[in-house]
Design a protein around this ligand. Structure first.
Ligand code: COA
Length: 164
């Protein structure tokens, strides 16, 4: 399995349905434009039998880091950090849920962010979990911010350790 960058020409964005309209609409209307402007990158996982069919996707970008929302020990450690990697969106089409693709996409996204951090240096990866998805991220080592229930983080150092 392999993710590829979203192609507006190749991929059928209209039929993708993860059950959350805002995520479906992002893929349909915004993801391509956002990548064209270098604001974010959307990677898709194609169906093995039909490469125009999107089974799942994620979007990566950078965001600002609010140090005060971190546990005290991490505030000190990352006192000079301003930026963090962001999994801005991640979703699996309804027809492909429950087959391990969400886990696979999350690991793939974290591998890409680890590589990016090895080059430009940032200490954390954040994610904004949609309703009901917080536990999904917690299962893979993400921790909630103190003041923002649905924003979670994991350190690059923990990601690196988990792949060693
Ligand atoms: C959340 C989502 C990405 C999971 O994708 P998926 O392919 O169904 O998940 P997987 O089959 O890879 O599941 C991996 C594990 O996570 C668990 N899991 C899946 N969805 C979960 C959820 N919403 N909450 C908690 N755990 C969840 C599974 O039970 C499984 O655990 P197990 O290995 O112990 O059996 C998918 O349901 C989805 O796209 N939801 C709508 C969009 C969304 O909420 N995105 C989240 C980011 S905004």
């Amino acid at each position: 399995m392999n993710t590829v960058l979203l192609s507006k020409v190749k991929h059928d964005r209209k039929t993708f349905d993860c059950g959350i309209d805002s995520l479906n609409n992002y893929l349909k209307l915004t993801a391509g434009q956002s990548s064209k402007r270098d604001n974010a990158r959307t990677f898709v996982l194609e169906d093995e039998l039909n490469d125009s069919q999107i089974t799942g996707f994620y979007t990566l970008t950078m965001t600002t880091l609010n140090l005060e929302s971190l546990p005290t020990a991490l505030q000190k450690k990352y006192a000079h950090s301003k930026s963090a990697g962001l999994i801005a969106r991640l979703a699996v089409d309804k027809n492909y849920k429950g087959k391990g693709l969400g886990e696979w996409l999350l690991i793939d996204a974290l591998k890409k962010l680890l590589l990016a951090s090895d080059t430009v240096g940032f200490p954390l990866v954040l994610v904004d979990a949609k309703d009901g998805a917080k536990e999904f991220y917690q299962k893979y080592g993400f921790t909630s911010f103190i003041d923002t229930e649905n924003r979670l983080f994991v350190t690059i150092s923990d990601i690196r350790a988990s792949f060693q």
